[in-house]
Design a protein around this ligand. Structure first.
Ligand SMILES: [Zn+2]
Ligand SMILES: [Zn+2]
Length: 350
């Protein structure tokens, strides 16, 4: 089998040939049909996250070292099963839940395996989807997709599960209040689509790019605001009747989070999903006085994935613009994403 791996950070991906792996225990082998190229893969390629003021969080310090095959948006078919995986898993068409843990701790037991202290994520700790085949630790992490388009299904494993998990953190307030979404990229459009599928009021989309905002309006945003405009805060105050109660920051940069904090009402809830990087400084009295609720969201769990697949199967999600390309172009696809040249989601097809 062939896969495309990071052998050295910040160097081109290298094709690596190997035999098909021997399966043990509950493992299953998935023949990859589609593998999305996500921004997180760039962090894997670089080997770090940016913490602001020039500081970085090195993946090597957490034991994550090359060779790494990126890719955590995997759709495919189970073509072999380990001795304890159960024969009925064979032949299932599925997407892979990439955010798994040790499967043996209280966090995993309560179904928050995405938050396990011993993560075992596809494309980070485990060899990921830039490959002809992947090994999955248990067939329960392979969610049936039925007749969903495999490229559309693949993106649910990351942007779908992440946005659903983030939206759920706001609770019922979204029934009556608009969600202010910062970042009109792929996650933003997924969030927009999910809000409408869940019967929520909808979103005010914020971005610096007028073309993206026009597309967001077209896609059904209640309103759009360019955060670069001098009166951006005033526009949001007017649209929300005094201040936003719910803000989802899909960028996660200093500028975006500070913008979020500048537009909120009292008792507002800000959820940060993006990993752009930087530092936040907030006067502590603001927490009790305003009272502020700032929360992070890290991908989602298996139940979130099952739920987002069910929503997609109901036909309620708008298709995401995708660009399918051969697996051999994995490096080009990743570099185009790095250079901001990707139109829609790049999906590798082995
Ligand atoms: Zn991703
Ligand atoms: Zn665990």
């Amino acid at each position: 089998m062939r896969r495309y791996s990071v052998l050295e950070h910040n160097r081109p991906l290298v094709p690596v040939e190997s035999d098909l792996p021997e399966l043990t225990g509950t493992q299953v082998l998935v023949k990859v049909a589609r593998s999305g190229v996500c921004h997180t893969d760039l962090h894997v390629w670089e080997g770090c996250y940016h913490l602001g003021e020039g500081e970085t969080l090195q993946m090597a310090d957490r034991g994550i070292r090359p060779p790494i095959t990126p890719g955590h948006e995997i759709a495919g078919e189970i073509v072999a099963v380990g001795p304890d995986a159960g024969e009925d898993a064979m032949g299932r068409t599925c997407i892979v839940h990439s955010w798994t843990g040790c499967d043996d701790c209280p966090t995993c037991a309560r179904g928050d395996e995405n938050l396990c202290l011993k993560p075992s994520f596809m494309g980070i700790q485990q060899q990921g989807g830039y490959s002809e085949y992947v090994v999955v630790s248990h067939p329960k992490f392979c969610v049936d997709i039925g007749d969903l388009d495999p490229s559309q299904a693949a993106v649910l494993a990351c942007s779908g599960v992440t946005t659903l998990s983030a939206i759920r953190k706001f609770g019922d307030v979204l029934k009556d209040e608009p969600l202010v979404i910062i970042g009109a990229g792929g996650l933003g459009f997924m969030a927009l689509s999910l809000l409408s599928a869940l019967g929520f009021k909808g979103a005010i989309m914020v971005d610096l790019d007028d073309a993206k905002l026009a597309a967001a309006k077209e896609a059904g945003a209640l309103a759009v605001v360019n955060s670069g405009a001098e009166d951006a805060g005033a526009q949001i105050a007017e649209l929300t009747g005094g201040g936003a109660l719910a803000v989802l920051d899909l960028v996660g940069a200093e500028a975006s989070v500070n913008f979020a904090l500048s537009i909120v009402a009292r008792a507002a809830h800000v959820v940060i999903c993006g990993l752009y990087g930087g530092k936040l400084s907030v006067p502590l009295p603001f927490f009790p006085m305003r009272p502020l609720h700032i929360q992070g969201n890290w991908v989602g769990n298996l139940q979130d994935l099952k739920d987002v697949v069910a929503i997609a199967q109901s036909g309620a999600l708008k298709p995401v613009p995708v660009q399918e390309r051969p697996l051999s172009e994995a490096n080009d696809a990743l570099m185009e994403l790095k250079d901001g040249k990707t139109v829609g989601r790049s999906i590798l097809v082995p």
